[in-house]
Every structure is written in C-alpha cells, then in structure tokens.
Design a protein around this ligand. Structure first.
Ligand code: NAD
Length: 479
C-alpha cells in the first residue's frame, strides 16, 4: 500500500464548507491515503485586502503538494477583484478542464437516458485572460487571445483522454466562420493532431449550433474540445441536461499540478441551509483520487455514490416524487454514501479505475514555433466625436503621411473611402495604413504626425504578413 499523499484543501465559500465536510467524511471512511494541508482562500481573503483572493501561504502549499481539492469560491463583484479560479488555473498552468456530463437514468430525471459526454475545455486563454479596457466614452474592449502552444496542448490532451478512456469521437467546437484567425488556428491545429489518432473520429461543429445540440441531441457527442468561454457555457448546459448542475465534478489538469472541484459555484442562494448536493465535489474528489494513483479508493467512493443515487436518496435539486425515495439534506446524503462504501450499484454499471499513477495522461510542455514576420502597415485606433469616419479619412489623407491610408472602419465596418449611407453612433474608428518596406520607425512617425493634427490616438495594432500571408482581418466592405 502506498504512503499517504499530502494534498491541499480549500473549503470555499457559500455551500463550499458544507459540501467539503461531506466529501472529506466520505474520503476518510473509504480509507483514502491522504493528509491534508488546509488553506484559506476566497471571500475571507478578498475582504481582508487580497485582490486575488489568495496569499503566499496558499501558493506555497499548492506548490508543495501539487494537488488542490477546492470548494467553490465567491468572486465579489466590482472593486477590482480577480476571479480566484482563473488566477489559480493560469498561475499553475492548469490548461485542461475536464468536465464529464453523465445521465443517471432512471434515478435522475433527464430527457437523454444514455447521455455520457466529456467536455475538455481550454482553461488558460481566450477572453478569460481578462484583458479589458475602456477605450472611449462609449467603447469597451475585451481581448480574446488564443496561442498555438495552448491550442496544441488542449487538442492533444482531448485525443489522449479519448484514447485512455476508450472514447470514439472528439468534436472540436469553434466559431471559425467569424473568427478566422483565432478560432481558425485552433481548428487547424485540431485537424493536425487528429491525424495522430486514426482510430478516433474527429468532428467539427460551429459552436452556436453545436451548443444547441448539446441541449437537444447530446447523444451525437462523445468528447468535445473547445476554447475557454465556449467550454464554460457548453459544460453548464451539459450538466443541466443530465439533471442538475450540482452533479458535475471537474478536474483542472496541468503538467505539474491538478485542481479538483465541483463545476457549480458557491450557490449563495442556498448556503447555510444544509440542502446543497455534495455530488459535484464528491465526483471531483473521485477524479483527484484517480489522478494521484488511488484508483481503488476512487472506485469504492464512486460505486457507493452510484448506489446511493439508485437507492433513491436524493437532495432537493434532483428529488422527484415519482422516482426518489427520500429527500435528504447535504449531511444525510453524505451519511448514505458512507453507509454504501463497499457496495456496488445494481442497475448502473459499476465503475472501475486503474490504480497506477502512470496511467495519468501525460502531455509534454508545448514549444513556441517561429515564422517569418513582415511589417506591412498599422491600424491606428482613434477616438473621434467631432469628425465622423468619412471626415476623418479626408482629413488624414490630406496630411501627406509616410504610409497610405487604406480605410477607416467603425466596429469592423468600412466607413471610408466607400461608406454605406447608414449612420453609426460611434466615437471609435480604426484607420488602416499600409505601405512598402514599412519599418517600426515609420509607424512611430506616422503616429506623431497624426497627433500633430490634433487627433486622439487610443491604440495601435501592427499589421503583419506571416510566412508571406496576410495575418489580419479586413473590415467588412474592404476589398
Ligand atoms: P452557482 O453554480 O453557484 O448557482 C447556480 C444555481 O445552481 C443556483 O440556483 C444554485 O442554488 C444551484 N446550485 C449550485 N450548486 C448546487 C448544489 N451543489 N446543489 C444544489 N443546487 C446547486 O452559480 P452562480 O449563482 O452564478 O455563482 C455564485 C458564485 O459562485 C459567484 O460568485 C461565482 O463567481 C462563483 N462561481 C465559482 C465557481 C468555482 O469556484 N469554480 C464556479 C462558478 C461560479
């Protein structure tokens, strides 16, 4: 028998302490070979002046143990507070968020009795980088950043996960008909990686119809891999379709660290009432046990949990008069799982897990690629109230600048030189310049001349060709 493994525990906010108490009670009764290092994170820390909700002692504990079992955390609104979850995922490089969504028919009401899908969500990038700016009185920006190494890692992980778990298909969900560069790159990498897994079907869905079908036809899916924001939305839809968001457990996996939690939040509306369903965190803990090589305990806990559902012992979120036997609170549910340890479900298929840690999916650190890059112009973002886009275009083209003005666009639509007659209520324009043999100094000179003409520059974005190909979008209406 292996030695005890030390893990870090954060009880969390809202219903966190209630569901964590039941989870730890079950782990102990099941004989999990664990020692705990408890840290304080979340609301208490935010309110004591830590804008990130976490302090140095907590980081030190996580770095020492490499494993965090975490209750949900409340992110206070406003006040510059940053989401603790996002901070932990990004700081520790937890690039993959794995969220299984499984139906428990006939014991939990769902329209799709055989639903069994897994959402593999990219966890560090996308709009969740949280890079936001107010640029003018009327315009706000949130940057969506996807990287090649980040996309490679998550797509590789999704196929490795499918292979290790005997799954047959991986569906990539993106919006590359609109975001041709960012989402287009994600899908291109998905296709490249899919070639290494000829036995696994590789499929693609545009995320809008793809997400709708997770709600309406979830049996079409097996494993879904997708960038961060889409993954967040799709996994909540999937969890609700299985019966309750309270049933979903999730793992956040990196090269050196793992964080395990329920997919739901701190549920402040029911906190302190003793009625929360602890299942999400229990199943998060099951994923943790598999991760640290205690598959034997994971199996015992998961099977006891399935048996409890089968026994009709249900918390309020999944209780139905026609299928449940007993409506219980959080503690009673935990007690029932403890009483069932060692039992197997008779109607659900009993689970079994590998016991060796080496069965963990291993993904090597992705490398940065290089490409030849040629500067061919610049987009200069201008805040203008007195002049509209066409007037701005006329004024700037009369300045005799070192680069040619190509267009003025407002919210991605060209308004100069060939504008449609419709008017747009905006104070935010992008003036595009291109030229031959452009240097960074030309770009700086250009800005200086524009400032001399009393125009208000709010940002610039260089335009490049990579490996000889244009690497920026054109405005709608630009030829
Ligand atoms: P939520 O998931 O907390 O609650 C949504 C709904 O589901 C509520 O009606 C709630 O009562 C119900 N619910 C959630 N968990 C349940 C459970 N275990 N049993 C029974 N019912 C349950 O989402 P929210 O209200 O949008 O967020 C509340 C807070 O949680 C916010 O501060 C948010 O930032 C945070 N949050 C944290 C995490 C995390 O720590 N991983 C995830 C999501 C949201």
């Amino acid at each position: 028998m292996s030695e005890n493994k030390k893990i870090t525990i954060a009880h969390g906010d809202g219903v966190g302490p209630e569901i964590m108490a039941e989870t730890l009670k079950i782990l102990e009764a099941a004989g999990a070979r664990l020692e705990y290092d408890e840290i304080k994170v979340g609301e208490e820390l935010y309110l004591s002046g830590h804008a990130t909700g976490i302090d140095d002692a907590a980081w030190a504990s996580m770095r020492e143990t490499g494993v965090l079992l975490k209750g949900p955390i409340t992110t206070p609104f406003g006040g510059g507070y940053k989401s603790l979850n996002v901070t932990i995922r990004k700081t520790l490089g937890l690039f993959a968020n794995v969220r299984p969504a499984v139906a428990y028919h006939p014991f939990v009401q769902t329209n799709f009795p055989s639903m069994d899908i897994v959402i593999v969500r990219e966890n560090e990038e996308d709009l969740y980088a949280g890079i936001e700016h107010r640029q003018t009185a009327n315009t706000y920006q949130c940057l969506k950043l996807l990287t090649r190494p980040g996309s490679e890692r998550i797509c590789r992980f999704a196929f490795e996960y499918a292979k290790a778990n005997n799954r047959k298909k991986v569906t990539c969900m993106i919006k590359d008909n609109i975001m041709k560069f960012a989402d287009g790159m994600f899908y291109e990498i998905f296709q490249e990686i899919a070639k290494d897994y000829p036995d696994i079907e590789a499929d693609r869905m545009i995320v809008d119809i793809g997400a709708a079908r997770v709600g309406a036809r979830p049996l079409d899916y097996d494993v879904i891999v997708t960038p961060n924001l889409y993954g967040d939305i799709i996994s909540d839809i999937a969890a609700e379709v299985t019966g309750s968001v309270g049933l979903g457990g999730s793992s956040n996996i990196g090269i050196d660290f793992g964080m395990f939690e329920a997919i739901h939040g701190s549920a402040p509306d029911i906190a302190g009432q003793g009625i929360a369903n602890p299942s999400g965190l229990i199943l998060g803990a099951v994923q943790m046990l598999v991760h640290i090589g205690q598959g034997d305990i994971a199996e015992t806990v998961h099977n006891a949990w399935l048996k409890t559902l089968e026994d009709g012992i249900h918390t309020g979120d999944i209780y139905r008069d026609d299928i449940s036997k007993k409506r219980v609170g959080t503690t009673e549910f935990g007690d029932a799982v403890v009483a069932n340890l060692g039992e197997k479900p008779s109607q659900f298929k009993a689970v079994s897990y590998p016991t060796e840690e080496s069965k963990r999916i291993s993904i090597s650190d992705a490398t940065l690629s290089t490409s030849s890059k040629e500067l061919i112009g610049v987009d200069i973002f201008i805040n203008s109230i007195d002049l509209n886009g066409a007037q701005l275009g006329d004024k700037i083209s009369a300045l005799g600048l070192p680069l040619d003005i190509v267009s003025v666009a407002s919210r991605g639509v060209m308004v100069y030189p060939n504008a449609q007659p419709e008017k747009y209520a905006t104070d935010h324009y992008v003036v595009r310049f291109e030229g031959e043999n452009v240097s960074s100094h030309d770009v700086v000179k250009l800005q200086s001349l524009i400032l001399d003409a009393d125009l208000d520059i709010i940002k610039t974005e260089n335009l490049y060709n990579f490996d000889g190909e244009r690497a920026y979008s054109k405005a709608q209406g630009q030829g």
